[in-house]
Design a protein around this ligand. Sequence first.
Ligand code: FAD
Length: 292
Amino acid sequence: MMKALVFAEKADHFNRISSKLKEMGFEVHGLSFAEANADHLYISEPNYDYASITAAMEKISDDVGPDLVVFSSTKLGKEVSARFAQRKNLPCITECLNLEVEGSSITVSRYSLGGKTIAKLRTSLPGVIAVVADAIEPSEQSFQMNIQDFEIPVSNQIRTVSREEKKREAVGLREADVIICIGRGLRKKEDIELVKELAEKLNAEIGCTRPLSHDYKWLPEERMIGLSGEKVSPKLLISIGVSGQIQHAVGIMNSKTVIAINTDENAPMREHSDYYVVGDLYEIIPELIRNL
Ligand SMILES: Cc1cc2nc3c(=O)[nH]c(=O)nc-3n(C[C@H](O)[C@H](O)[C@H](O)COP(=O)(O)OP(=O)(O)OC[C@H]3O[C@@H](n4cnc5c(N)ncnc54)[C@H](O)[C@@H]3O)c2cc1C
């Protein structure tokens, strides 16, 4: 049986990856910071130092002899996967959306050309990949669950001086039944108040496109929806003043019903909507509020 070795700092990511690997017939070994699903799991105290985790994965890999080493494609996972692969002289592909094993090679898909296309890449095993865990639907699998404590070797190259929790706004975008997603069609920050009024009427969460959270900083980054933000699956998503570029659209594809409001009758958002209203948000939103 082929063996896979997994590292993910979040148990949810770990479980998504391990269930996929199990489904594919791998014996799953892993390192995590909390209990997670694996045949053989090493649990350590949380440690976010790249060099230390690379050293830990090297040590475990020497014992296990995996055919495939899989990381969660987070900032940490991508950094460690590259370091690990370089140390072991193995091929490495990050940001994988899907994976298939055929004989002694693995095929993965990942966005290319800034998200406009999906590329399929094949590499030989043994190999290293970092997978976008949220893109994997977890499945029920049974594991041996042999669990062992593990002490991550302390690296003397980098020393963590202090750690501070990043202040994040509690946002329930993933759980929301109704989301209003706003984009650059809004002319100024103050106009978000109009959207908030509509959101209150509909009991909706507010999400946004990248320019609003990252360029203008009108909303916190936790509210960004898309490839580099949240992937949402509400019953209803109302998209207002959003062009619907693919990097944004991949985040809304699991919505049940999408209504879009846009002045441009041919914006890409049209392709991603069930109902497409051609019109000015500054006329339509007040009208909606009045009628709800
Ligand atoms: C690697 C990479 C990753 C990215 N990741 C993300 C991501 O995760 N999420 C994300 O959102 N973006 C992401 N982007 C950016 C993405 O490509 C787009 O640039 C962005 O989504 C566009 O945001 P927008 O629709 O708000 O703005 P625009 O593209 O400027 O669209 C504004 C829309 O508003 C409409 N409009 C204007 N005035 C009105 C009005 N009065 N009433 C109604 N409609 C109006 C316009 O017709 C237009 O369609 C990424 C880009 C790259 C390269």
